[in-house]
Design a protein around this ligand. Structure first.
Ligand SMILES: [Cu+2]
Length: 280
């Protein structure tokens, strides 16, 4: 038992060091993604000694309690082992209670309180402010509506006159409030590197918060089987760019939108399917 314990401690130490070295998805392109990665890291570090202990017990039993000749009798009945039971319950309780404390502390932290505390808040003003490239100021929260439809995503920027775009550009280090909805059937908006995965339902305004902290592109895909060309909805990407690059880009989008915007439905918190339009 002592020898096994020593081996377990040594292997667990190696295992924890290895678990700390790994990079955990969804990595660190957004603050929320980094939070998810560090939670995954914590769970992996805690689970490593448990996993190693279980594997060691299986190997030990397979080697030392192996039956060498065929026997048709049962082994001696074992009716519990008090020290093992106490250790088992105590270690499980400590791990679970520790995770409960971590979970409660995280839930009450500012980030999460902000994310869940404002359901149903009105999306940025529709109409108006069409000419301004820095509407809402560069430090304030940016409102972006994600519209899923068969079979692509479009985006409307509520703070910029509801301009509709085919690519998702987000400014660096600025909190973004994503309003995910659908034009037709159920989709799922999945920006993996940002740590965002949100149901996109017609008639529903599903709110998610994300703060990009690294420039670069990220994948956008649909994570809900949504018809024949569902796979096409994986063929899309977004960009995190500096605030000045974003201002230039959104100004160009607004110029384009001035001509096409007349035939696009007016900006709304959510939309409903229009079977007649689709059929015709
Ligand atoms: Cu879809």
């Amino acid at each position: 038992m002592v020898r096994l314990l020593i081996i377990w401690v040594i292997l667990s130490a190696f295992g924890i060091v290895a678990a700390l070295q790994l990079n955990y998805p969804p990595y660190d392109q957004s603050i929320q993604g980094q939070d998810q990665a560090s939670t995954l890291k914590l769970l992996t570090v805690l689970a490593t000694p448990v996993f190693i202990g279980v594997v060691m017990m299986i190997l030990y039993a397979a080697i030392y309690f192996r039956r060498t000749v065929p026997e048709l009798v049962d082994g001696p009945p074992m009716l519990g082992n008090t020290p093992v039971q106490i250790a088992w319950v105590a270690i499980s309780a400590i791990l679970v209670l520790f995770l409960a404390v971590v979970g409660i502390a995280t839930l009450s932290s500012e980030n999460v309180a902000q994310a869940v505390g404002q359901p149903g808040r009105a999306i940025g003003q529709s109409g108006g402010q069409t000419g301004s490239g820095t509407a809402g100021g560069s430090g304030s929260e940016l409102h972006v509506q994600v519209i899923a439809q068969q079979w692509y995503f479009t985006y409307r920027y509520g703070d910029y006159g509801g301009v509709e775009t085919t690519h998702l550009y987000l400014p660096l280090d600025r909190p973004v409030e994503l309003h995910v909805t659908s034009l037709d059937i159920i989709h799922s908006f999945w920006a993996y590197e940002l740590g965002v995965k949100a149901d996109a339902n017609p008639g529903v305004d599903n709110i998610f918060h994300v703060t990009p902290q690294k420039t670069g592109s990220f994948q956008v895909r649909c994570a809900e089987l949504c018809g024949l060309w569902h796979g096409h909805m994986a063929d899309s990407s977004g960009q995190v760019v500096s605030q000045s690059d974003f201002d230039t880009w959104i100004a160009g989008q607004q110029a384009d939108f001035n001509t096409i915007g007349k035939v696009v439905p007016s900006y709304a918190p959510y939309y409903f399917p229009e079977p007649k339009l689709k059929a015709g």
